[in-house]
Design a binder for this molecule. Structure first.
Ligand code: PEP
Ligand code: MN
Length: 348
């Protein structure tokens, strides 16, 4: 059951609803979104939900409506949000810009796979910024398949990201791999990236649910849409409403691409959920020559944004060079995406 409160509901109103739910044996979960305050009733009540609990809740002045959601991903479900799309702002930290995700404008995030050093990051940041990217990406903690590969610069990398934000105004998105590092990464990041390999790291999901920094939840390498929706539910149920999905390709039998970019996930997520979805054609194909085509297809399929790997010298990159655009290729791609965005009623 989901309880939507009226605009202007006070802390006292929320407490009244929470008290009623607790009395009947639920654990209430409050989410404060930009527009609405939503209380999810988790657990099994002692009495009948429809005939006893719901009418009592409806009798509370501050309650707008009570919804019965049968899905296991209640807060994430489109029906919990009155069928409407959700949009939210990211950024604003340290004087940086605020960028809307899930609105009419396509949100472009770009930057290197890994933060490798100050000069590499600043050069990339300035260039992608000039070419229309709104958010800077860069990994400071890297999930690498081999323990002998570059693992990221850690806090030093976060410091460079913060410096690039001061220089360009771009909010920063960076991966957090461990629950114990969520607090540290939140001090720097405007968006926490949960990597594909961590989509079902439930301790990490719970910790990000407690944070007040927006989250981008990547799809697991072999996760179904339903598993992905349930993973997002952990974050919302923890009280963090600002979650976006990211389709980044799944494992299939096809070896000509690194993963198979499942663009049908875009309309599938849009149908099931009110949350925004971003597409990552860089991890999704593993091939530089496919980034532009798949980016166009992603926008045409209804994606709210893209996350693209860019490096001044991809051939020297310390990770994922083969799927990384150089700054000129990124500029070229951006000019080609605009008409596609316009054709589907979006701006860029
Ligand atoms: C990345 O964005 O560089 C990355 C490691 O992503 P994923 O978790 O999708 O593999
Ligand atoms: Mn990468």
């Amino acid at each position: 059951m989901i309880i939507i409160l009226k605009h202007g509901a006070t802390d006292k109103d929320i407490a009244q609803v929470e008290e009623k739910l607790t009395e009947h044996g639920y654990q209430p979960n409050v989410t404060r979104g930009v527009e609405d305050i939503i209380v999810a009733a988790v657990g099994t009540p002692h009495v009948d939900e429809k005939s006893i609990v719901a009418p009592q809740l409806q009798a509370i002045d501050a309650v707008e409506k009570v919804l019965f959601v049968s899905k296991p991903y209640k807060l994430v479900s489109r029906e919990s949000h009155g069928g409407k799309d959700t949009s939210f702002e990211v950024g604003g930290k340290d004087g940086g810009n605020r960028v809307l995700v899930g609105g009419r404008q396509i949100c472009i995030m770009a930057g290197p796979c890994s933060v490798e050093g100050r000069d590499q990051l600043m050069e990339t940041a300035q260039s992608v910024h000039q070419n229309g990217a709104q958010v800077l990406r860069g990994g400071a903690y890297k999930p690498r398949t081999s323990p002998y590969d570059f693992q990221g610069l850690g806090v030093e990398g976060l410091e460079y990201l913060a410096e690039a934000r001061r220089a360009t105004g771009m909010p920063i998105i960076t991966e957090v791999m461990t629950p114990s590092l969520v607090e540290t990464v939140c001090e720097y990041a405007d968006v926490l990236q949960i990597g594909a390999r961590n989509m079902q790291n439930y301790d990490l999901l719970r910790e990000c649910g407690k944070a007040r920094t927006p989250v981008m939840l990547k799809r697991g390498l072999s996760a179904t849409i339903e598993e992905w929706l349930k993973a997002a539910e952990y974050i919302l149920a923890g009280g963090n409403a600002d979650v976006m999905f990211c389709e980044r390709g799944i494992r299939t039998y096809e070896p000509s691409t690194r993963f198979t970019l499942d663009l049908s996930a875009v309309p599938a997520i849009k149908k099931a959920s009110h949350l925004p979805i971003i597409v990552d054609p860089s991890q999704g194909t593993g091939r530089r020559d496919m980034i532009s085509s798949m980016s166009k297809a992603a926008i045409a399929s209804g994606a709210d944004g893209l996350i693209i790997e860019v490096h001044p010298h991809p051939e020297d990159a310390m990770s994922d060079g083969q799927q990384t655009l150089d700054t000129t290729q990124f500029a070229q791609m951006m000019s080609e995406l605009k008409p596609v965005a316009q054709a589907v009623g979006r701006t860029m």
